[in-house]
Design a protein around this ligand. Structure first.
Ligand code: F3S
Length: 393
């Protein structure tokens, strides 16, 4: 890899131990993946924010970075943490976890990272432009900014994204290069429904069919940001898709010749197989919505569904997960939703330690449907929001 004089000076430790550690990591990743240089980035989004997922090792790593004087040099946001900062007791979380979680947020803050913690920062204050190079972790969010916004990021891990945020640079390989953004398979979608849940099932089916690669969709129309985040999250969890194109919808779809590519079809049989894979239980203790975090439109839609109704089944808890900024924008919706359960900010059902309290959880998200069993020891009911909410009306 060729480094500029300034980059070499950072590598040699002339700008402090934190920046040196960051440069060593970015250069090591670049060597592994065949990058010949670094590229400037305009923003970063970091995962590894929950005490449940990073534990004592992560806390120590962050403490060392802060002690080494590390500071981010581009706008940087943080993924959901393990609890709502104010309402953690309603999540059945104890004070020891809460204390550690608050320490982690504080350490990220000391490095200059914004302390709003969401997996949908692109509907908040971190919105990449077309063609921007960025370093984003969080598999759903990075796929949205690659595919729907036309920004360029690899599937970063938490430490790699933090290192890039400190340097304002990342290694120039993979999806930063135009030739690697070509579709690898055409996906013909038959009889697509219009609900967000339909996009969850579609993403699960495609992830199961192709695993990795860059799908080029035919048969999708008018994809909203809600559809895009749901589809991205599902394909990233069921497979490892980090970029997709949709004919007539996404900004780079017209740039590539797809003749000669393999075709697959997603119809009723594939959708049923996807649904059956995730839906493993009927009787649940928790209904958790907002994976990825609810947008203002989704908050309005849920509030409209619940308005004038009462929660009858008191045995089932309901959590709505969103960002602090969306929660404060949607106070009228929040008042209606809170009749059914807490609207939790900056956390989610997967990165919170729910396994101490619940064993059976319902979701409309294929991403949560994949991770709840593996990361939270849950059995899962997988269904559309309107069907899930019937359980408690
Ligand atoms: Fe976001 Fe948590 Fe889902 S981080 S994408 S709500 S698993």
């Amino acid at each position: 890899m060729i480094l500029t004089d300034e980059e070499q000076a950072i590598f040699d430790g002339e700008k402090g131990a934190g920046a040196q550690k960051a440069m060593e990591l970015v250069v090591a990743l670049g060597k592994i993946y065949g990058a010949d240089s670094l590229v400037d980035i305009t923003s970063a989004h970091l995962s590894g924010a929950s005490y449940k997922t990073i534990g004592e090792g992560g806390l120590k790593y962050l403490s060392d970075m802060v002690a080494g004087g590390a500071k981010v040099s581009v706008p940087s946001t943080l993924n959901p943490v393990g609890m709502d900062r104010e309402r953690w007791k309603e999540m059945h979380i104890g004070p020891e976890f809460a204390e550690k979680q608050l320490q982690i947020i504080e350490l990220y803050g000391k490095m200059g990272i914004r302390k709003t913690c969401s997996c949908t920062p692109y509907i908040g204050d971190n919105v990449p432009g077309f063609g921007d190079h960025v370093a984003w972790a969080e598999s759903s969010a990075l796929s949205v900014v690659n595919s729907y916004f036309g920004a360029r990021t690899n599937r970063e891990g938490g430490p790699g994204a933090l290192a890039a945020a400190i340097l304002g640079k990342t290694a120039n390989y993979g999806l930063h290069l135009t030739e690697n953004r070509r579709p690898t398979v055409v996906v013909d979608v038959e009889d697509m429904g219009g609900s967000v849940f339909d996009y969850s099932v579609l993403g699960q089916a495609v992830g199961m069919a192709i695993g990795k690669g860059i799908p080029y969709f035919r048969g999708l129309k008018d994809i909203s940001i809600e559809d895009a985040k749901t589809l991205s999250a599902a394909m990233a969890a069921a497979g490892s898709v980090a970029l997709w194109h949709a004919e007539g919808c996404t900004p780079e779809a017209g740039d590539f010749d797809v003749s000669g590519l393999e075709h697959i079809s997603i119809g009723d049989a594939e959708r049923k197989a996807a649904y059956d894979k995730l839906n493993t239980v009927e009787d649940v203790q928790l209904i958790a919505l907002g994976c990825p975090h609810l947008t203002p439109k989704e908050m309005h839609d849920i509030a409209a569904l619940l308005k004038g109704k009462k929660k009858k089944n008191k045995d089932v808890e309901v959590w709505f997960c969103t960002s602090e900024s969306v929660r404060s924008q949607c106070q009228d919706d929040v008042r209606i939703m809170e009749e059914f359960g807490p609207v939790l900010a900056d956390t989610c059902m997967v990165v919170a330690p729910i396994e101490g309290t619940f064993q059976r959880t319902a979701t409309n998200s294929a991403k949560a449907g994949n991770y709840l069993p593996t990361l939270c020891s849950q059995k899962v009911k997988f269904a559309d929001i309107s069907d899930l909410l019937k359980v408690i009306e």
